[in-house]
Write a protein that binds this ligand. Sequence first.
Ligand SMILES: Cc1cc2nc3c(=O)[nH]c(=O)nc-3n(C[C@H](O)[C@H](O)[C@H](O)COP(=O)(O)O)c2cc1C
Length: 172
Amino acid sequence: MTTDGSETMKTLLVVYHTRTGGTQQMVEAAVAQARGLEDGVRIVVQRAQDTQPEDLRAADGYLFAAPENLAALAGAMKEFFDRCYYPVLGQLNGRPYAAMICAGSDGTGAKKQLERIALGWRLVQVLPTPIVCTHAQTAERIAAPKHITDADRARCGEVGATLAVGMAVGSF
Ligand SMILES: Cc1cc2nc3c(=O)[nH]c(=O)nc-3n(C[C@H](O)[C@H](O)[C@H](O)COP(=O)(O)O)c2cc1C
């Protein structure tokens, strides 16, 4: 609490895109752990298409999650970054972030691209980016709903918990 009694709670903004549910489950796992371990951080979860520059400015830290498509960040997530990049450039410097990638077989192209964008914003990466593989490499499996494993949920949970606790205690 500040001296005037207003709250100084930090905000973790989670921005994601999903088409077949894999990334959504990763986000749910991260947010569940973040909320379970840390009630000192307000967590706002938004689809990429709904996220505006003012949402980025209003947050203190970020979790970005998206699939890899065609060896790059999925278009809807890239559109969010394209739309918001210059409006907030220079205004987020030094804030912490983590990312998570959902991929059918690879994921490294999307990871590299997302981390490069975040570097341009001068965000500070506080955790390595996990890539969750859904083993979707045929048209049928690509189109099917995804179910990520308990081990992958746990990995994503660690990302959410570490980010939220670190923000709450002021480590980042
Ligand atoms: C058009 C398209 C292109 C894709 N390209 C790749 C790719 O380059 N590398 C990869 O690992 N997975 C690729 N995938 C697979 C997705 O990353 C995978 O299905 C993932 O689970 C999607 O995440 P979601 O379930 O959150 O939508 C592609 C999927 C689609 C629809």
